[in-house]
Ligand binder design. Structure first.
Ligand SMILES: Cc1cc2nc3c(=O)[nH]c(=O)nc-3n(C[C@H](O)[C@H](O)[C@H](O)COP(=O)(O)OP(=O)(O)OC[C@H]3O[C@@H](n4cnc5c(N)ncnc54)[C@H](O)[C@@H]3O)c2cc1C
Length: 494
């Protein structure tokens, strides 16, 4: 949305209470998808919209995205016909932006693609394609694109109140620097509430007692070593016992398996996986994998809250609530964007910025620069450095400059000390968690390794930020708590 507004010549200040991506945006399945399940639910408009966004994003950020092949295992002729036909429609709906051809493949080829699949009763598989991305690296690239375009971005700066003019219209806001405690005020022609599951907190600032607009629905993922599935292709289980889909997707050298759909009463900055959710994912994955994953195999667990737009009356199951977004313009002219998906963020931004005309009574300038190339755009691929795009050369130069910056943060993972220094200098990383969870993805991939790497990261950050030993100790204590939430205790049975 900030990029859309900037491209129309508007000025933008973006305030984030915590770190960029601390909320749901770091906890997704990392798919750019039309949503095969939404197709089955008949949400055709959403699927069209998302497929178009998927296609354009793959072009705008080749360094952060890739095409992933998915295989749906089939065990009956009916399933074979149903999924082959459904996915042909999915292909057709992508139009010119189609990224692969769906087709049925036989049992032998399915096993070759998914070596870890349970083979009993397997007839074959249906292959289809979707996009895959690194959610927080995409977010950092978006933030840097905004900054390149003249936007002002502040992390660790939360909105505390809305300022109104004599007519009761929103004319700005108050915010607090969460690190120094300083208060700031921002005057604005339009204030947008894009706070995901926290949207109701801002709506309450505007109008105490306002109706709830959000229904948080929790989804968790478990992360395993890739050998549970083997190969490069992803597994899609189209119908779990609770009527959802489950993915097992190779991503950054690990296997990400999820997700769930559990209604939660209130938003939470650090949602934790529930025991029953962990059991459900383990059990369902175990029904399809030859080697059943156990609790002790889990490298990391992460939970996120879907900011689903509150459903119309009569719809209570979260899986029935549409993933479409909604722009709400309050009487006070506060503009809120609720619901939506990562994949459709550009369209969500465009629809939100269009409210500018209604709120200010002035004509909205046409877009002069749509999102066609994100910061770091490059076509070159280079392992985990891909996500930095053209910035990778500078990071590698830093590593070449000082031998200690060329050292790995953890022996089992590719991240270098130079990336920590880079993140502090260029990507507004302030805390150990910012680096280990959202600039690199170590916490998401392997929580124990992240804990082991934390002291090195804290020392490197302290040197960059001019902080002392107490700062290091405090940050490490905080990080240990966070990392614990990403681990699960193995039980005696396994
Ligand atoms: C389990 C799961 C899997 C998903 N998988 C996919 C997927 O594969 N593909 C896809 O397209 N979508 C996926 N989604 C959906 C997608 O992740 C979300 O729609 C998206 O990340 C929501 O982004 P957001 O900016 O609205 O919310 P958030 O990312 O939560 O951002 C809101 C931010 O607002 C900040 N904030 C709160 N209060 C204030 C305040 N007072 N002042 C300033 N800032 C404040 C918070 O700190 C937070 O960082 C998934 C969602 C979940 C839960």
């Amino acid at each position: 949305m900030a990029i859309d507004a900037l491209s129309r010549g508007l000025s933008v200040v973006l305030l984030e209470k915590s770190d960029f991506g601390k909320g749901t945006s770091s906890r997704s399945t990392k798919l750019l998808h039309g949503g095969v399940r939404y197709l089955a639910q008949g949400d055709i408009r959403l699927v069209y919209e998302a497929l178009s966004e998927r296609g354009n994003l793959l072009k705008a950020a080749p360094h952060l995205t890739s095409v992933k092949r998915f295989v749906i295992p089939v065990y009956s002729l009916l399933d074979r016909l149903k999924y082959t036909a459904g996915l042909k429609i999915y292909d057709l709906m992508s139009g010119k932006l189609r990224i692969g051809r769906s087709r049925f493949t036989d049992r032998e080829d399915t096993i070759k693609r998914l070596p870890g699949i349970k083979q009993e009763g397997l007839d074959g598989g249906v292959i289809y394609h979707d996009g895959q991305f690194d959610d927080t690296r995409m977010l950092i690239a978006l933030a840097r694109t905004c900054a390149d375009m003249g936007g002002c971005l502040l992390n660790y700066c939360g909105v505390t109140d809305l300022r109104k003019d004599g007519d009761g219209k929103v004319a700005g806001l108050s915010a607090k620097d969460e690190i120094s405690g300083a208060e700031i005020e921002v005057k604005a022609k339009m204030v947008v509430n894009a706070t995901g599951v926290f949207a109701d907190q801002i709506l309450q600032m505007d109008k105490p007692g306002a109706a709830k607009s959000i229904r948080p629905s929790q989804g968790i993922h478990l992360v395993f070593d890739t050998d549970f599935l083997g190969g490069e292709d992803a597994l899609m289980i189209p119908e779990t016992s609770d009527g959802r889909v489950l993915f097992a997707v190779p991503w950054l050298g690990k296997l990400v398996v999820g997700t769930t759909d559990t209604l939660r009463e209130s938003p939470d900055t650090d949602p934790r996986a529930l025991e029953e959710e962990v059991d459900f994912v383990l059990k369902t994955a175990g029904e399809y994998l030859a080697k059943k994953p156990k609790r002790s195999d889990v490298r990391s667990v992460f939970a996120g809250l879907r900011p689903l737009a509150a459903p119309k009356e009569g719809r209570t199951m979260t899986k029935e609530i549409s993933r479409s977004h909604r722009v709400i313009v309050s009487d006070s002219h506060l503009v809120s964007i609720v619901g939506g998906k990562w994949t459709t963020f550009r369209k969500m931004g465009e629809d939100t910025v269009k409210a500018f005309a209604e709120v200010t009574g002035t004509q909205l300038p046409e877009v002069s620069r749509p999102i066609d190339r994100l910061h770091g755009y490059t076509l070159e691929k280079d392992g985990h450095f891909d996500a930095y795009g053209s910035d990778a050369a500078e990071i590698k130069a830093m590593a070449a400059q000082k031998p200690e910056w060329a050292e790995k943060l953890h022996p089992n993972h590719p991240y270098l000390a130079a990336e920590v220094v880079w993140a502090v200098r260029n990507e507004m990383a302030v805390n150990v968690e910012d680096v280990l969870s959202r600039r690199t993805r170590l916490l998401i991939l392997d929580a124990r390794a992240a804990l082991e790497a934390a002291p090195k990261v804290a020392e490197l950050m302290a040197a960059e930020l001019g902080e002392n030993g107490t700062w290091v100790e405090d940050r490490l204590k905080e990080f240990a708590k966070t990392a614990t939430a990403h681990t699960i205790t193995p039980d005696e049975k396994n």
